[in-house]
Design a binder for this molecule. Structure first.
Ligand SMILES: *Cc1c(COP(=O)(O)O)cnc(C)c1O
Length: 375
C-alpha cells in the first residue's frame, strides 16, 4: 500500500471539499468519487489492510463512494455503519450465500425497458443507472454492469406511451440508479414529460442523494422542483451518522421547495439492526421534517444476503420500536415477496411469531400464499 501518493489523512476528507454551493460542489464530489479498490485503499489510514477476497468482491460488484460520504466513516472497519455500506465484503461472492440477482422479478414485470409495473395504479421508471454511491445492499446490483447510462429518448417515448395507454397508473416512482445524479435540465425534461401524461397525477423521486451527496440539493434544483405539483421525494437514510448538518439542510431545502419528504430505511445486519440506532434515526428524521415511511427487511438479492437479519429479529426490533416511537416517527416494517408478489407490511402486534415448524405465510398480489425465504 503506497501512502506517499496520497498524503491525505483519511479522516480529514471533509477539509478537502469545496463549499456546497451552486457552482459545482456536487460535480466535484462525483468527479472525485472513489471508484476502485486501489483508490479506496489509498484512503485507508496506515496499518489498516483489506483481505484479498475484498478485491474479488469489488471486481464483481464495483465500488463507488463520494468523498463526502466517506468522510462520515468514524472507524475504518466493518463495525462502522458507513464503511459497511460502501466497502466490498467477501460474503458478496460467497457461493453458499448467493441469492437471486432479481429476486423481486422486476425484469419480468417490465412491459417496456426501464419501467416496472407491478401494482395496478403505480409504476417505477428507472431513469438512470448512475448513482453517487453504490450501496453494497443495493436491490438492483444486477444492473451495475450496465454502467451509468441514462434513459434514452426512445426508451422514454416507449415508457410514456405505455403510461398513456394504462390509465389506471396515477403515480410514477422516478428511480434508478439515482435520478438526482442527472443534470437539472435533464431531470426537468423527464418530470415534465411524465407529468404530461394526463393520468399521471403524482411523481415520487426515489433518491439517496440527501444522504450521500447533499451538495446536489442546490437552489437551482429546488427552483426547478418547486414548479411541479404532486411531486414527492422518498429518500434513503439508514443510520443517524448520515443525518449530518449538511444532510438535514438538504432535506430542509427540498421541504422549502414544497416537496414532501419520506424516508425508506433498509434493515441491515451490522449497520442499523438495533432498537437504539433506529429510534435515534427515526426521531432525527422526524425532527428534520422527513416522515419515516418504510423499514424494509432485506431482499434475498445476490451479493447482499449477509445484510439480512431474518424475520424474527426484524419483528422483535419493530415491536420494541413501536413501544417508544409516535405513530408519526414509526416506519412500517415491510418486505417484498419473491416472484413480484408485492410488498407486505408486517405488524409485530398482529403477526404470529414464526416457529421452526410454522413459518409466517403471506398472501401475495395474486391471492395465493407465498413462502418467504427467511435466510
Ligand atoms: C415499492 C414499489 C412501489 C411503491 O409501493 P408503495 O407501497 O406505494 O410505496 C411501486 N412499484 C414497485 C415495483 C415497488 O417495488
Amino acid at each position: 500500500m503506497d501512502h506517499a501518493e496520497n498524503p491525505l489523512p483519511a479522516n480529514d476528507l471533509a477539509a478537502t471539499m469545496p463549499p456546497p454551493d451552486d457552482s459545482g460542489g456536487w460535480r466535484w464530489q462525483l468527479k472525485h468519487a472513489v471508484r476502485t479498490p486501489d483508490e479506496f485503499i489509498r484512503r485507508l489510514p496506515q496499518g489498516i489492510s483489506m483481505p484479498d477476497a475484498w478485491r474479488d468482491a469489488a471486481s464483481r460488484f464495483p465500488m463507488l463512494a463520494t468523498p463526502y460520504y466517506m468522510s462520515l466513516i468514524r472507524e475504518w472497519a466493518e463495525t462502522d455503519p458507513i464503511f459497511r455500506q460502501i466497502a466490498p465484503h467477501p460474503a458478496e461472492i460467497d457461493p453458499d450465500w448467493n441469492g437471486d440477482p432479481d429476486a423481486l422479478d422486476e425484469e419480468r414485470q417490465s412491459p417496456v425497458p426501464r419501467l416496472i409495473h407491478r401494482y395496478p395504479n403505480r409504476a417505477v421508471l428507472l431513469v438512470t443507472d448512475a448513482c453517487a454511491v453504490r450501496c453494497r445492499h443495493c436491490l438492483r446490483k444486477r444492473r451495475w454492469h450496465f454502467g451509468e447510462a441514462t434513459i434514452s429518448k426512445h426508451e422514454l417515448d416507449a415508457a410514456t406511451q405505455y403510461l398513456r395507454h394504462t390509465p389506471d397508473i396515477n403515480e410514477v416512482l422516478v428511480s434508478g440508479g439515482d435520478p438526482l445524479t442527472l443534470e437539472t435540465p435533464q431531470l426537468q425534461h423527464l418530470l415534465t414529460t411524465l407529468k404530461s401524461v394526463p393520468n399521471v397525477r403524482v411523481l415520487r423521486i426515489g433518491t439517496r442523494i440527501p444522504a450521500v451527496l447533499p451538495q446536489r440539493i442546490t437552489n437551482e434544483l429546488c427552483d426547478m422542483l418547486q414548479r411541479f405539483d404532486g411531486l414527492w421525494c422518498a429518500t434513503h437514510f439508514n443510520h443517524p451518522h448520515e443525518l449530518t448538518p449538511e444532510a438535514v439542510a438538504a432535506c430542509r431545502r427540498m421541504l422549502a421547495a414544497g416537496v414532501p419528504m419520506v424516508n425508506q430505511t433498509v434493515l441491515l445486519r451490522g449497520v442499523n439492526d438495533s432498537v437504539d440506532t433506529l429510534r435515534e434515526l427515526c426521531l432525527r428524521l422526524l425532527e428534520s421534517g422527513v416522515k419515516p415511511y418504510y423499514l424494509f427487511h432485506g431482499d434475498p438479492i445476490d451479493g447482499t444476503r449477509h445484510f439480512r437479519t431474518g424475520l424474527r429479529p426484524a419483528l422483535d426490533i419493530a415491536r420494541e420500536l413501536a413501544r417508544t416511537l409516535s405513530g408519526l416517527a414509526m416506519p412500517q416494517l415491510a418486505l417484498d415477496l419473491p416472484g413480484g408478489q408485492g410488498k407486505v407490511v408486517l405488524n409485530p402486534a398482529t403477526t404470529t411469531e414464526p416457529t421452526p415448524e410454522i413459518p409466517i405465510q403471506f398472501v401475495g398480489l395474486d391471492g395465493y400464499p407465498v413462502l418467504y425465504p427467511d435466510q
